[in-house]
Design a protein around this ligand. Structure first.
Ligand code: ATP
Ligand code: MG
Length: 343
């Protein structure tokens, strides 16, 4: 006998793409109608991402058709932007050819270790067998060339920039294109153009993950990125103390506003192990986890303060590459594995 309960039970096996939660507990299933063996339902999404809609529609149909009591299934997917009469700010989003997932590493706050996390997670994912690219969207203060140890100038082939690679990761940064330490003094539209070009006019090839290192704040670079490509997820980096968390909440809010799924929070500079082995929590401890719980977001893990992490950044060999078995490298590798498992 087909009932609302039995159908909902089946729908609970459908996970929202990128999340471990199912579409029923997310509250996406609306208007479930059962007439004899005919089931029709509406999925109300908050994202304008057409790929998510297609994927969910397909999975729901497949899952329900498994039930022998169901003769036909009609799934209507409703999305913001799709029925809106006004201009859709995300209407110009394009997927990057050959790139399976674009993931942004962000934080409202500066200096919390976004770039450090981005390079180490990129190298860790590469070591875990993924094909990885890393895009530096920090136009005013690019760190990726230094942290990945290359200043190779990209060449141009068939009107596309060819990304240099280091430690097995394909890279693009404004740091490769401007001379030495010359400051970039561009205004918003130039930043937008550059970021569009870095995403769509670079020959990224086939990638499993394109990680994007964002500058601090919620400004031009963040907006340009979100308008240019549909992001598959965001990782938010924080340090444990309240002063950092306050600004990080803005970063979380930004992703929520533009409907980018937040894959989780990373707490960097969690603790320091003194030469005697004593654990010192310079910035306090547990703020990241508490914030993740408060916002019902996954907590991805904590990264200790470690001289090797800073040295790796300055010397262009991330700790995940120079000492993969060390505690700080393992902390990054664990987070990379958790991210990989989400897709
Ligand atoms: N866990 C850590 N242990 C030791 N040093 C660290 C750690 N995390 C980051 N650092 C160092 O702190 C400095 C700032 O880190 P990073 O540049 O990654 O921060 P950011 O958030 O990207 O900064 P910005 O906002 O300027 O882009 C760097 O010198 C980096 O090597
Ligand atoms: Mg940075």
């Amino acid at each position: 006998m087909l009932t609302q309960e039995s159908v909902l039970q089946s729908l609970k096996t459908v996970k929202y793409p990128g999340f471990s939660r199912d579409i029923v507990s997310f509250g996406l299933v609306k208007q479930l109608d059962i007439q004899g063996g005919h089931v029709s339902l509406v999925l109300q999404l908050t994202t304008p991402n057409a790929e998510v809609a297609q994927q969910l529609q397909k999975t729901v149909e497949q899952v329900l058709k498994f039930d022998v009591a169901i003769q036909s299934v009609k799934v209507e997917v409703r999305q913001p932007g799709a029925t809106n009469a006004g201009p859709n700010p995300w209407g110009n989003q394009t997927r990057v050819t050959g790139v399976k997932r674009v993931i942004a590493i962000a934080s409202g706050k500066g200096g919390v270790g976004k770039s450090t996390c981005a390079v180490n997670l990129a190298c860790a994912l590469q070591q875990l067998g993924s094909r990885v690219g890393l895009l530096d969207c920090d136009i005013y203060g690019p760190s990726i060339p230094l942290m990945m140890g290359t200043h190779e100038r990209p060449t141009v082939e068939n009107d596309l920039l060819m990304p240099p690679a280091s430690h097995g990761v394909k890279l693009m940064s404004i740091g490769f294109l401007v001379e030495g330490d010359a400051p970039v003094i561009w205004r918003g539209p130039m930043i937008q153009k550059t970021i569009q070009q870095f995403l769509l006019q670079v020959n990224w090839g086939e990638l499993d993950f394109l990680l994007v290192d964002l500058p601090p704040g919620t400004g031009d670079a963040q907006l340009s990125l979100c308008q240019t490509v549909p992001l598959d997820g965001g990782v938010v980096v924080t340090t444990p103390q309240e002063a950092s968390l306050g600004v990080v909440r803005k970063g979380i809010g930004m992703f929520e506003k533009v409907n980018v799924p937040i894959l989780g929070l990373v707490e960097n500079m969690s603790y320091f192990t003194a030469p005697g082995g004593e654990r010192v929590e310079i910035f306090g401890h547990g703020g990241g986890q508490a914030e993740a719980e408060r916002k019902h977001l996954p907590f991805l893990g904590e990264i200790p303060l470690f001289t090797e992490i800073r040295k790796g950044g300055d010397e262009g060999v991330p700790v995940v590459v120079s000492a993969p078995d060390s505690a700080p490298a393992q902390a990054f590798i664990k987070i990379a594995a958790a991210l990989k498992a989400r897709f």
